[in-house]
Design a protein around this ligand. Sequence first.
Ligand SMILES: Cc1ncc(COP(=O)(O)O)c(C=O)c1O
Length: 456
Amino acid sequence: MNHDDPRNGVVSDNNNNNNHHTSKKPKLTRPISEPEIRNEFSHHQHGIARINNGSFCSCPRSVLTAHNNWLLRFLQQPDDFYFNTLRTGILHSRALIKTLINADAIDDVSLVDNATTAAAVVLQHVGRRFGRGEFRRNDSVIIFHCAYQAVKKSIQAYVTSVGGSVIEVRLPFPVRCNEEIIEEFRKGLERGRENGGRVRLAILDHITSMPSVVVPVKELIQICRENGVEQVFVDGAHAIGSLRIDVNEIGADFYVSNLYKWFFSPPSVAFLYCRDSRSLRDVHHPVVSHEYGNGLPVESAWVGARDYSPQLVVPAIFDFVDRFEGGIEGIMKRNHDEVVKMGTMLAESWGTNLGSPPEMCASMIMVGLPSRIGVTSDDDALRLRSHLRGYHGVEVPVYYQGVRDGDVDPRDKDGYITGYVRISHQVYNAVEDYLKLKNAINQLLGEGKTCNMLPK
Ligand SMILES: Cc1ncc(COP(=O)(O)O)c(C=O)c1O
């Protein structure tokens, strides 16, 4: 990184100028009230039970205002903003994230658009190593079968196209404990050693998207190290703001998390942590611009002319979360407790099960749908989701998982459970949102309707 360039700013690694967001927080005199929370999210469309925070986020009004103010500052005097404000602002955001995730250095933290961009950074890096002959044909990348589709496509584009192969590990679901996941992962690593190949990269979701489960990444990384896996990339797209992240404790080489999902940023910004970035060679932003070669954080801070305000609002996000009792930790705990409570209430009403024990979920949980509703394909799942949105004002993703040979559970009183909803809980949610979902499903059952009777 070019430290002599004045645009790179002056925030030091020991973070002196943002203490008010870290160790020396002033004591909260009055936590944010319910009406104030409602006001912060009053731009949400009324009448919709939004229990899908996991997909497309939520950004409070005060952060949107900060976002708009940054954009205005840029538009008022773009040249001055570019030379004197932009980079220092981004550096300040990176310093705050660095402290929150316990990274060793600000240079280990870059701000990129989203998890997909971070996947491109990491997988292009790995692809180039295949291209240079450092990795060989039988060498592989190991992932869970339910890794995010964009990440799988990135492997296809950047790694398998240059001779690498992929090992998919089936994530047990419904899952009862971490050991079930660990056992499957170990088997995957064994497969990776067949034909004399080496596993070069493990991509581990911290919270899988669909079905959604918290994965024991720290334990899996330990196993990766014991088994000679060269690098580990944790896809924590859903993590920041819903799970405590300590990158030192976790021990991955790369860790990404979207700030827009559970950390209240506008779309779109994510942090990408690179362990010991100063010694990492050949890690670049996929969009090459003027700063190519000056280190990933600086490359990422200028990828051509565009709106950089999402990267600049991080201090405003810290101000927002600090208005809640316990700050972001308090928010995470309450969301977790509530989503488990709501999931349990739904499962009891429908006579079904949760997809994981509470300790294997953060702010999202999978809840089994009654078998009588007849989710028998991905198409059925989509129909039910559209129906819930269109006719009941409920926004929730629906997941289909077919019965496999040898399955004896999960069952309810009528048959196999093959459909699940993934419910989220964020600070703006209320019990009524989940009751709306419960009643919608119960109404469909009462009318004897199954998914295949719903309009396409
Ligand atoms: C596990 C996981 N990885 C990656 C992504 C991609 O995130 P983005 O669309 O912000 O790039 C998502 C999005 O939901 C996700 O759930």
